[in-house]
Ligand binder design. Sequence first.
Ligand code: SAM
Length: 412
Amino acid sequence: MKDYLTLSEASEIIGKSKETLRRWDKEGILNAVREPVSNYRVYRKSDVQNLLGSLFNDVIEDDVSNCVEPENEYSVLELFAGAGGLAIGLEKAGLKCVALNEIDKWACETLRKNRPNWNVLEGDIREFNFSDYKNKVDVVTGGFPCQAFSYAGKKLGLNDARGTLFYEFARVVQEVKPAICIGENVRGLISHEKGKTLNGMISILNEIGYNVAPVQVMKAINYRVPQKRERLILVGVRKDIDIEFEYPKPHRKIYNLADALKKGELYECDVPKSKGANYPDYKKKVLDLVPQKGYWRDLPLDIQKDYMGGSFYLGGGKTGMARRIGWDEPSLTLTCSPAQKQTERCHPDETRPFTVREYARIQTFPDDWQFAGSLAQQYKQIGNAVPVNLAKEVGHSVVKLLNEFYKSSKPR
Ligand SMILES: C[S@@+](CC[C@H](N)C(=O)[O-])C[C@H]1O[C@@H](n2cnc3c(N)ncnc32)[C@H](O)[C@@H]1O
């Protein structure tokens, strides 16, 4: 069993940069020790776990509120809607969904099942024309999948992006002309093609009449979500509107797995029982050996090598592999398939993945939001979603901007 963590492993587990950890060492917040042979800085695992406990469990008064009441009725057209994580969050912030487009049959079924009055447009976005919504919608949102562009010239124009789903997002924004458009994506978009993809998107939004707010990667744990998920938000404000989009302020209180699954501040009762996936036998035997907050490094060496295969010899902490989440820490990012190798997030007390309802809670879906399709389809929809509480906070920022806009002008 391993009692020490390298600098990169400790930085991954705590979610702070190596520079911060070096500073903490100097300031005595988390002391490193020197590995006798290499003289590298390493951390006692128990010290890291104690620190994590205090980081996530200090009783903190959360005096931050981003809540703003809408002064008018504001409408949203939601593209790439999935199972509705973003849509429910915006609804909770007081915005009204006028239509949602989604290609996946089961995700559409989920949306219809829960909100029979929502106008769900099922099918490939490429097949839809949205000009009927021109000047009738305040916000267009979309979690378009990230794809590379082909660059002919130096500056990317809308036509150069043809064939990508971002093109479709921008095409709809151009057709509808909302006051605000919001793209949602993974952090990796920042470094995709060395930043060219993101810059291309910003220049296209500019070309079609939108100023893009400084791009931010939002950490879900700062927005009442018990999960270390990150989402990149791309906000465009129509150029005739001279108001800056203000991102929601981060909350001070950080929620953990117990807050997600047990009765408490986030939910009024324990998580409801539901179906869930199982690990295959070989994986269960391995994960049985991993303690709470532990991962593959906690296994005996021969099992580590056997289980990790080629990855054992690759660099990096790989702290998400064979991981058992602890009750007093936020969950690691949920993926679209809970038993998938390299990203196991095992239940703290039982050797199994989280059930569907546990998954939904970690993404802050309400308990009564039902998911359609097979178990695998349900996990996929939940794993793909923007956490509802994060979406709600973004919704408050949108409402704030729209209130100011409607006050300062007589739109439409
Ligand atoms: C990241 S998910 C969106 C999640 C959603 N924002 C939420 O919070 O639940 C992206 C969605 O885009 C959908 N999608 C992919 N290609 C599409 C297309 N050509 N037309 C319409 N939807 C598409 C996928 O089925 C998937 O549900």
